[in-house]
Design a protein around this ligand. Sequence first.
Ligand code: UD1
Ligand code: UDP
Length: 378
Amino acid sequence: MKKRYRLILVAGARPNFMKIAPLMRAFEAHPAIDAVLVHTGQHYDEKMSELFFRELDIPEPDVNLDVGSASHAVQTARIMERFEGVCLDMKPDMVMVVGDVNSTAACTLVASKLDIETAHYEAGLRSNDRSMPEEINRVVTDAVCDYFFTTSRDASENLIREGKPAERIFLVGNLMIDTLLRFRGGLEDVDVRLEGLGAAGRAVDFSEVYRPGGFGVATFHRPSNVDKRSDLERLIHILSGVSREIPVIFPVHPRTYSNIEKYGLMKEVDDAPDLLLANPVGYLEFIKLVDSSKFVMTDSGGIQEETTVLGIPCLTVRENTERPITIWEGSNKLITIDEIKYEVGEILKGNGKKGRAPHLWDGKTAGRIVKAIEKIIN
Ligand code: UD1
Ligand code: UDP
């Protein structure tokens, strides 16, 4: 039977891949939806992109726009220019985007100007902080999008408040948790080899060195924490202090790594034997690290959600979050850089947050999205 409804699914950056994996599986099994996968190439390092395709069984992209890194305007413009050609060529019935990265906003703008129906998974999340590039991407995407798939009730309510029609908003749950629950059971066999950075440059076999609950995990990549020398310097100094209480494993995002080098901060890392900076790790390795850690310190969006479901205390070093449900119901807490040490002390005393999985974060979100699309088609 010929698949009659053509849908382009867009992904571009690391946090998109966990979201598209369950969707691609669901679309591939569907008799009527012909899903075309477009990778914008916003992230391109093997450890920021291809590794996730392999680990999460995502089919190779049908098209790679190969846009690479650039300023916001140049990267967005490149995506738009190249994606327009793809849309004209493929004539999709719908373009679906996920998350809040530049690829999300750029492709939505292109499709809506070509009068192609658009759908946004993770719609309605708002930090109300326009100094975050992601917030601009969220607002722009939802302003022109036709259909909205949300992860939580507060996101649906934000959209209603912004005047979106209720019948176009579908509360579907969390795709990241589909992926988490799919792989969580099989982590025992996953070998975590950490490629240490800095003078030691050592490879560390995780399970030989660390014991469950005996370390913390850190990830930081927001411009507000890592772009300014003074912030990054303070952050590294404080993480080095924490590592004297409990070892810290910090898989480093490329943006953060290049700033650590630029500001000459590797010396302080080298002087802290229990602060391990390492190359970014694959999804299975990262989830294994988090699941067996005592706590996480982060500014990531997705990790606030994963720790909530895993019940691992999460210290989010940000002034706000677009994912407040992870604070209301989950294990997340917003703190400043200067509060890290105190908060870690509280966790080590046994006062870390636990929490529970929010409504519909149950591993069945991709199925609900397919059902919603069937409703849209018919
Ligand atoms: C992007 C997203 C951010 C998301 C993050 C997830 C935007 C505006 N930002 O931020 O929302 O949380 O991805 O990881 O879309 N680089 C590499 N290799 C790569 C990719 C990037 O070396 O594969 C380096 C480049 O020097 C680049 C820098 O990292 O300039 C930043 O990359 P970019 O995609 O612009 O932003 P992120 O900080 O990754
Ligand atoms: N992640 C990973 N390896 C790492 C760091 C993070 O696989 O070294 C995963 C993490 O489990 C989550 C996603 O990457 O699923 C989050 O991406 P990121 O923090 O880059 O982006 P954000 O969610 O902040 O937009």
